[in-house]
Design a protein around this ligand. Structure first.
Ligand code: ADP
Ligand code: MG
Ligand code: MG
Length: 884
């Protein structure tokens, strides 16, 4: 018999936190908290296996589920001393979804389930507060109708607003029991009108309806989109939690709130949270009323009037603070908590490891490691390498002039510039058309996920630091300013106004999520640097990793940036980029267009000093760190003018008839240039090109050595080799030049970027001191797939499950990876100390870096901004190996 239902509450539980896959995150942690002796309302979790079984069997539940559900209800009844559906002493429950990974887009929680026209009177009598009972009932009808029956909550909000208008009320708190009773009658009428049947009065029917809705929501559009964006398989399923209600809406000594054990935005070690007195459920998150702060310090910092919980409810605050300590000690990580206070008693409703910004992740990891709570290795494992990207991007230049138009809460740090847009659909469309947009909304809801994804930053008029916009933006690593209260959005006019100014759709603004400010126009940005916690984590990473980290760079700016970010050398310097600059393109074109060797040599002689200076600049920055320089790689025709106007002007500069130029261009044109006359094939046909490049490298070495007294080390790399003979010939030519120049330091090696090269690595290694896997071309040639054209149909391949990921982003370990392993093995058999590295785009991808570590490569090389990510990824790979 399968166990489908797990109970918790009363100081123990059948599940625990290790059972997340089965019980979902929420259920597993409720069980864990119950076992820790924390005050958790009793309940049960219906497993995610029920969900998968339901979908595997044509949306039918397992036969033996019902008796287990009954037993779960009986367990809650026993612990609370109440009965589900009882007229005098009714048990009310919440029905909550909860997948393995926290997932917006799933069904919203239904509270107060079990209320009907009879039990509401029981609740009124029991609590001695009829207004409270009716308030709970109207909430239930609204929630249940909205999320289970599909009657939009606006229907109910409109009825309530109309009633308040008629009575001259402003706040919900002015509503009396009689008012609520009248409104509830109208709510029920509205349901009947829309659905043609009564609001369900039978608690069992209510419960089944809510459970069906949770499982149903697993396959709704929002959930599917979220799963796709976050790589969550549909096969995980969601669990359902049914839990006894506790009431935050039982008067002035009751409250509901959310909290983090540390600041999720900065990582600062202070309690952080918001609460609302006499409120229920997600009132805090929904931004209906402005929540109060948890601590006195936060209240003062934010300049708020309303007392903090620390001041208003010192006793409960004490219980909460003690719980924070207990939870952090237990989970050894920052927790994100939901709680309710019922008449002065604290109840815990959720805990989970809190989402945090990259900056907070660093700070928390460093703080906890330095406090001895976790080891350096654990600290390193807790930081998502790709999230570092957020910290590597420019921030506002503190000295730049700025024009503040709005102020809100610093909900998610980072700065971004973009054009204002008011709808998520439009944000997505504009993004697709290449625009950068800032999404400005009154508030966001799960329907906005795609728009938030498309936006550079998000600004909302309403909502606190734990509002939907804030939480989701932090998760996505996007800057967000929430609760910019003085913004008024006019959707019809497609503009927003703030303090008398009007900002129209399409106008450019700058958002600074770290300060909570929005500025008119584009504010100047500055480059980040590695310091503080970031630098510390990088140091720890360097201690842990065994893989070397180099960079792909050729301009002095890129080389310097990469070195500042910790690159230990250059893994790929592409010399062709150097020819595109205006001052040499003309000479280079002259060289290409030359019809004989003499003509080419004359042109090359003009390029030589410029190239020499390029290399010298790199050597000056990299000092004696190794620099791998790749000789000319792309097909020559890439350098030729293509447009009519271009041809004309080149013809003039070179003093050639345009006709002749066009003829030569036609001659050079290839039908498949990627597989054509490029790489070492050019070197074979025109040895003088590679000879000139080698000479420039060697002369630059001598020059820099004279200047600095240190010998640079060039690693000269021959591209697109497929046979040992090619390399042998070109190597001899380079050695000849080296001997002519004399007194230089260098090695010669090759790219492995063709399947034949990988297979013949054994004899190629006779002539190569190093191999660098050019995984971009190796992926293209292994799959027979052009990177430039694959974009059109790769998504179909991923959707059809033929490929898990885009192989140009994450290395195809089975195929391309196999060739790398073969080449490494055969290369080492010939030359045991051969140096092995990778210089494709994959060198900056965490999963691919793990592969390189496991394959025993010596280094990875990536673009400058990826260097810190690569350092951390390499450390994580080494730590994972150690732990295995
Ligand atoms: P989400 O996954 O969207 O956070 P939850 O299931 O956590 O949804 O429910 C949202 C809120 O509803 C909780 O934070 C809590 O305030 C309230 N809630 C849920 N269950 C109960 C309960 N049994 N008693 C009181 N409030 C509850
Ligand atoms: Mg929710
Ligand atoms: Mg929750």
């Amino acid at each position: 018999m399968t166990k489908w239902v797990y109970n918790f509450g009363g100081g123990s539980a059948e599940g625990d936190t290790s059972m997340k896959n089965l019980l979902g995150g929420k259920g597993a942690n409720l069980a864990e908290m119950a076992s820790l002796g924390l005050p958790v309302p009793p309940g049960f979790t219906m497993t995610a296996e029920v969900c998968t079984s339901y979908y595997d069997n044509g949306e039918k539940y397992p036969d033996d589920l019902d008796p287990q559900t009954e037993a779960g209800l009986a367990h809650i009844e026993k612990l609370t001393g109440k009965k589900f559906g009882d007229a005098a002493n009714p048990l009310l429950v919440s029905v909550r979804s909860g997948a393995r990974a926290s997932m917006p887009g799933m069904m919203d929680t239904v509270l107060n389930l079990g209320l009907n026209d009879t039990t509401v009177e029981g609740l009124a009598a029991l609590s001695g507060d009829r207004r409270f009972a009716l308030d709970s009932y109207r909430r239930f009808i609204t929630m249940y109708s909205d999320v289970v029956l599909g009657v939009h909550h606006h229907t109910f909000e409109d009825i309530l607003e109309r009633h308040k208008d008629d009575e001259g009320y402003v706040l919900d708190t002015e509503m009396t029991a009689g008012d609520w009773e009248a409104v509830i009658g109208r709510f029920k009428d509205a349901v009947k009108r829309e659905l043609g049947r009564d609001f369900p009065q039978d608690p069992r029917e209510q419960l089944q309806g809510a459970i069906d809705a949770v499982f149903g929501s697993w396959m709704n559009e929002r959930a599917i989109v979220y799963r796709r964006l976050n790589d969550i398989p549909a096969a995980w399923g969601t669990a359902v939690n049914v839990q006894a209600m506790v009431f935050g809406n039982m008067g002035e000594t009751s409250a509901t709130g959310v909290a983090f054990t540390r600041d999720p935005s900065t990582g600062e070690n202070t309690y952080y949270g918001e609460f609302l007195i006499n409120a229920q459920g997600e009132d805090v998150v929904a931004g209906i009323r402005t929540p109060q702060t948890l601590t006195k310090k936060a209240r003062e910092e934010m300049g708020e009037e309303a007392p903090s919980m620390e001041e208003a409810m010192p006793d409960v605050y004490g219980q909460l603070a003690a719980t924070f300590v207990k939870l952090e000690d237990h989970y050894r990580d920052m927790q994100d908590i939901e709680f309710t206070v019922e008449q002065g008693k604290l109840w815990m409703l959720q805990t989970r490891t809190g989402k945090r910004t990259a900056r907070a992740a660093l700070k928390i990891a460093v703080d906890m490691a330095e406090a001895g709570q976790i080891t350096h290795d654990e600290a390193l494992m807790r930081i998502e390498p790709l999230s570092l990207d957020q910290l590597l991007h420019p921030t506002l230049n503190p000295d730049a002039p700025r024009d503040v138009i709005a102020m809100g809460l610093p909900a998610s740090p980072g700065a971004a510039i973009g054009e204002v847009v008011f709808s998520s659909d439009e944000a997505e469309e504009l993004r697709k058309a290449g625009h950068k947009v800032i999404l400005v909304r009154t508030e966001t809801s799960p329907e906005d996920i795609h728009g938030m994804h498309a936006a550079e930053a998000i600004v909302t008029a309403r909502g606190g630091m734990t509002s939907h916009a804030a939480v989701v933006a932090r998760g996505m690593g996007k800057p967000c300013v929430s609760g910019a209260g003085n913004i008024r959005i006019d959707m019809d006019a497609q503009e927003f106004s703030v303090a008398g100014r009007i900002i129209k759709k399409g106008e450019i603004v700058t958002v600074d999520g770290a300060s909570g400010q929005v500025f008119m126009g584009a504010v100047d940005m500055v480059q980040p640097e590695l310091s503080g916690d970031f630098a510390k984590v990088m140091d720890w990473a360097d201690e842990a990793r065994t893989l070397g980290i180099r960079t792909n760079a050729e301009t002095p700016l890129d080389v310097q940036t990469a070195k500042d970010f910790g690159a230990e050398g250059i893994g790929l310097c592409r010399t062709e980029h150097m020819f595109f600059e205006a001052d040499r393109l003309a000479h280079f074109r002259e060289m290409i267009l030359a019809t004989d060797k003499k003509g080419r040599e004359d042109a090359l002689a003009k390029i030589l000093p410029v190239q020499r200076e390029d290399f010298a600049a790199i050597f000056r920055i990299m000092k004696d760190r190794p620099c791998t320089i790749r000789l000319l790689d792309p097909p020559l025709h890439e350098f030729l003018p293509h447009t009519e106007a271009d041809i004309q002007s080149v013809a003039e500069t070179l003093n050639l008839p345009a006709k002749e130029l066009m003829a030569r261009a036609r001659e050079l044109a290839e039908s498949n240039p990627m597989l054509g006359h490029r790489g070492c094939r050019l070197g074979i046909s025109y040895p003088e090109i590679y000879e000139m490049q080698a000479r420039a490298i060697f002369e630059a070495e001598i020059m820099v050595e004279k200047e600095t007294g240190r010998k640079p080390t060039a690693e000269i790399m021959i591209p697109l080799v497929s046979s040992a003979k090619e390399l042998e010939i070109l190597r001899e030519a380079i050695i000849r030049v080296a001997d002519e120049v004399g007194g230089v330091h260098y090695t010669i090696g090759t790219m492995i970027e063709l399947p034949r090269a990988a297979l013949r690595a054994g004899d190629i290694a006779e002539h190569a001191k190093f191999f660098s896997f050019g995984t971009n071309d190796l992926t293209q040639t292994t799959f027979g797939l052009s990177r430039d054209d694959a974009g059109r149909f790769l998504p179909d391949y991923v959707a059809a499950g033929i490929m898990e990921k885009d192989p140009f982003v994450t290395l195809d370990q089975d195929g391309v990876g196999d060739l790398i392993k073969i080449a490494a093995e055969r290369g080492r058999a010939t030359r045991p100390d051969i140096k092995l590295g990778i210089c494709g785009e994959h060198g900056g991808d965490p999963a691919s870096i793990t592969f390189c570590h496991n394959a025993g490569l010596d280094y990875v090389s990536c673009s400058p901004y990826r260097v810190p990510i690569a350092r951390l990824s390499a450390a994580q790979a080494a730590i994972a190996t150690k732990m295995a």
